[in-house]
Structure formats: structure tokens, C-alpha cells
Design a protein around this ligand. Structure first.
Ligand code: NDP
Length: 257
């Protein structure tokens, strides 16, 4: 598998923590030769620390570019590919992982601003990133070549009380991914989705606006997945032989079944 990833340039959104961070480390660990990682998020200091960590772990076979990018800002996404140094421009894999949930509230009480944040990040941000990177893929071979791996959620398949907007954003990701896969079916562009259940990350800290006690309570009495569990699936999917598309993966902890 590592061999198939050799020479690839991989973009990960939301690489500053959780699943994105683990995914960056897993790519580097699995394929430590001739790999280029473009790590993006809003917190540049965390990305830089991660880049140093990866470099210390696997050496100079992996080139890492930490890049500040807010996917909810269309201008930043529009300028993203153009801003890359020449040696990082030939993107092969996009992992659309950046996402968040804001608040827990019944639909009538959800703050307009929280709705806007979730939609502009989870939906519009993911779509804009996809379109930007597809421009690179389309220039390659006949019809294009490259991989898009979208991180959805179990919440895109099954709504839960207090999460209506977040669930709606993840359902949108699901349908967008499916339609795009069908549009690109005769090309060498693969479009895949991974839908995690409960994973212990900063996700719930963000949900409760930094209230760690409330965030920790989400995981009490259950054993969530780790971000590494999801990272392994991302890297597995990207490392399949070109004719193999692991289109749709649902992964959750046993207690959540
Ligand atoms: P984290 O909060 O640890 O990571 C979220 C990442 O997204 C961070 O790196 C954050 O970086 C980034 N991010 C948030 N907003 C933006 C933005 N506007 N622009 C760029 N980056 C952004 O949570 P997870 O790792 O758990 O979440 C990753 C994905 O997994 C999300 O899409 C989430 O919906 C999904 N998921 C998570 C589950 C869970 O239980 N944890 C379950 C199912 C799906 P920064 O703040 O530096 O910008």
C-alpha cells in the first residue's frame, strides 16, 4: 500500500487536530518516502508543530507544507491552489475533513450564526475545496485523475435531537459525494466517503464552546473510537489499486451499533 502512495501529494483540511491530524501522521508513517503533505486549518501554530513532529518521526522523505486556510472563506479557498509552491501544486489526494458542530439546541433555538458557521464550513467549504482541487485533477490524463475522500458522519444518515443543522450538513455532504462520484464515474477520479460514529477529539469541546466538562461528559460511559481508527481507513482507501473505489464506509464504536 505504501508503494502506491509514494510520490503523491496529499491535501488534508482540518489537519490541526483530531482525525485530520492523525490522518497526516498515518500517511507519513505508512509511506515515508517521497510523499508531500499539505496540512491546512485555521490554527497555523498547531500545523507547524505537527509538521515538525512528522519530520522528526519519519525524516526528510516526507515534505510537509503547513498552510493557514479557513475553508469557510470562499476567497481563501479560491486562492489556495494558486498559492502553493510549484513542487506542491500537483495534488493527488484531497481529504475533506474540516468540520464542526456548534451548540446543542432544538431547531427553533439554534442561533443563526451557529447555523451559518456549520453550513459554511461543513458544506460550502467542502464543496469549494472540491471544486478547487478538481481543477488540478481535470488537467491530468483524459478525464482527470485523483482521489477525493470526504469525511461525513453517521449523523448524515440518522438525525438526532439537538443536532438538526449538523445532521443536515452531513446529509448534504453525503448526497454531494454520491452525485459527484456518479458524474465522474468514467474518469480516474475516485470519490469516497467515510462516515464515523463517535470519535474522541476536540469536536465536542468545539460543540460546547470550550466547556471541557460538558465535552468530556459526552464520552462518559462509552468507549469512543480514536482518531487513529479513522485515519487508518482514510489511508487504506487512498492506497487501493486505481480500479478499486471504497465508495462508502460507516465506522462506529461497538456500543453505538
Ligand atoms: P476536531 O475538532 O478535532 O477537528 C476539526 C478540524 O477541523 C480542526 O483541525 C479544525 O481546525 C478544522 N476546522 C474547523 N473549522 C474550520 C474551517 N473553517 N476551516 C478550516 N479548518 C477548520 O474534530 P474531529 O477530528 O472529530 O472532526 C473532523 C471531522 O470528522 C469533521 O468533519 C467532523 O464533522 C467529523 N466527524 C467527527 C466525529 C466525532 O465524533 N469526533 C463523528 C463523525 C464525524 P482549526 O480550528 O485549526 O481551523
Amino acid at each position: 500500500m505504501g508503494k502506491r502512495l509514494q510520490g503523491k501529494t496529499i491535501v488534508i483540511t482540518g489537519a490541526s487536530s483530531g482525525i485530520g491530524r492523525s490522518t497526516a501522521r498515518e500517511f507519513a508513517r505508512t509511506s515515508p518516502k517521497n510523499l508531500k503533505l499539505i496540512l491546512t486549518a485555521r490554527r497555523l501554530d498547531s500545523l507547524e508543530a505537527l509538521a515538525t513532529e512528522i519530520q522528526e518521526e519519519v525524516g526528510s522523505g516526507v515534505q510537509v507544507l503547513p498552510l493557514k486556510l479557513d475553508v469557510s472563506k470562499p476567497d481563501e479557498v479560491r486562492g489556495f491552489v494558486g498559492s502553493l509552491p510549484p513542487e506542491f501544486k500537483e495534488i493527488d489526494v484531497l481529504v475533506n475533513n474540516a468540520g464542526l458542530v456548534k451548540g446543542v439546541a432544538k431547531a427553533p433555538d439554534i442561533l443563526e450564526q451557529d447555523t451559518e458557521t456549520m453550513i459554511s464550513t461543513n458544506v460550502t467549504g467542502l464543496i469549494n475545496m472540491t471544486q478547487a482541487v478538481l481543477q488540478v485533477f481535470k488537467k491530468r490524463d483524459e478525464g482527470g485523475r485523483g482521489d477525493i475522500i470526504n469525511i461525513g458522519s453517521i449523523a448524515g444518515r440518522e438525525g438526532y435531537p439537538g443536532g438538526s443543522i449538523y445532521c443536515a450538513t452531513k446529509a448534504a455532504v453525503r448526497i454531494f459525494t454520491e452525485a459527484l462520484r456518479k458524474e465522474l464515474i468514467a474518469t480516474r477520479i475516485r470519490v469516497m466517503e467515510i462516515d464515523p460514529g463517535q470519535v474522541e477529539t476536540e469536536f465536542s469541546v468545539v460543540r460546547f464552546d470550550g466547556d471541557k466538562a460538558k465535552a468530556d461528559a459526552v464520552y462518559s460511559g462509552c468507549e469512543p473510537l480514536t482518531p487513529d481508527d479513522i485515519a487508518e481507513v482514510v489511508v487504506f482507501n487512498a492506497g487501493r489499486r486505481e480500479n478499486v473505489v471504497v465508495a462508502d464506509t460507516l465506522i462506529f464504536p461497538n456500543h453505538q451499533a
